[in-house]
Ligand binder design. Structure first.
Ligand code: FE2
Length: 336
């Protein structure tokens, strides 16, 4: 097992205060986001930017992705940005990590769950996972400390108003690690169960919104059963998932929605066994696929924890009318 240096939490992350939010790390795997008086909490989901490939044409595409993302932030004014992985191509030779500075420069608290391309595979110049996380210290990113230097890369972000219990929690799972099967693994599942037990003891029963790079097998089912709205441009790459974690999500009666990336030309939404399954919209010009790049807005009602979501594209971008249903608001308020 890889030895991980002990981290001094206050050095790693203290708190970020923006005009509307206060973000504070409570534990290595837990953050508190306290809102002001606003009634809606807006997340911009980005995914699959594939930043950092060291080639001239890739650098040009990275600049295009940055322009798109900055434009989405300026137009839609999110409270928070959540990137659902394949953030940086850390599986290529000598990757560049300037995207970390770019994300930090947006002036919006942000988080990321890593995808398969974020994981090193032994080529020259790549960052180990621990080095990658060191570079994420200005982001709202954590891990469950298992002791003796071992980590589970999962964490939660509680969203609440001052002096109130959370109205929703974001649960984040790294699912891109080929070594753990590119799905929510067994020890992450145990961590999920521990959250349920701990919340029960505290009387917390707010909805969970799950963030993970790899879709679960139910994303395939929801489309096959014609329960989905939006486009499927490729087979669902649920890797080796067999439905274990989704059963846990359903049984918990706490998971209202799952947001994923990984498949660059799928962007649909659907409700399956009372859980909303939602694809992000590919945000990066590097990586495969010829769809308009964009993002996904997730608006959560602070009073109820219910929400609605829609895909957003660059200014002036248009799609064929038969493709455009994911550009319309889609409520997941019937769930949970
Ligand atoms: Fe990707």
């Amino acid at each position: 097992m890889l030895a991980v240096p002990t981290l001094n939490l206050p050095e790693l992350f203290s708190s970020q205060i923006t005009s509307r939010l206060r973000v504070k790390r409570i534990e290595t795997d837990r953050f508190d986001v306290v809102l002001g008086g606003q009634e809606k909490f807006r997340i911009l989901q980005l995914t699959d930017t594939h930043f950092g490939t060291a080639a001239p044409d890739a650098r040009i595409k990275d600049r295009m992705s940055e322009t798109l993302i900055r434009g989405l932030v300026e137009e839609h004014r999110p409270d928070f940005i959540f990137h659902t992985g394949d953030f940086i191509n850390n599986d290529r030779e000598n990757p560049e990590f300037g995207a970390l500075d770019f994300m930090n420069s947006l002036g919006v608290p942000w988080s990321v769950v890593l995808g398969n391309h974020d994981h090193p595979n032994g080529k020259a110049g790549q960052r180990s996972l621990e080095q990658y996380y060191e570079g994420l210290k200005e982001a709202t990113v954590g891990f469950a400390d298992k002791g003796a230097g071992a980590r589970d890369y999962c964490f939660r972000i509680d969203l609440r108003r001052e002096d109130s219990k959370p109205f929703a929690s974001l649960l984040a799972f790294n699912t891109g690690d080929p070594q753990s099967g590119m799905k929510v693994n067994a020890t992450q599942t145990e961590w999920f169960r521990r959250q349920l037990v701990a919340d029960q003891a505290k009387g917390i029963d707010c909805p969970f919104l799950v963030m993970q790079h790899i879709p679960t097998i139910e994303y395939h089912e929801v489309y096959e059963q014609k329960l989905a709205i939006g486009r499927r441009g490729e087979a669902v790459c649920f890797e080796i998932d067999k439905g274990e974690i989704f059963s846990q999500y359903v049984e918990s009666k706490r998971v209202r929605a799952v947001f994923c990336g990984h498949d660059h030309v799928n962007d649909y939404t659907g409700i399956y066994r009372d859980v909303a399954l939602v694809y992000g919209r590919c945000s990066g010009f590097n990586g495969y696929g010829d769809w308009h790049r964009g993002g996904r807005l997730i608006d959560i009602d602070v009073r109820t924890g219910r929400g609605e979501t829609r895909v957003v594209l660059a200014d002036q971008a248009v799609e064929k009318s038969e493709w455009s249903r994911t550009l319309e608001k889609w409520k997941f308020e019937s769930v949970g």
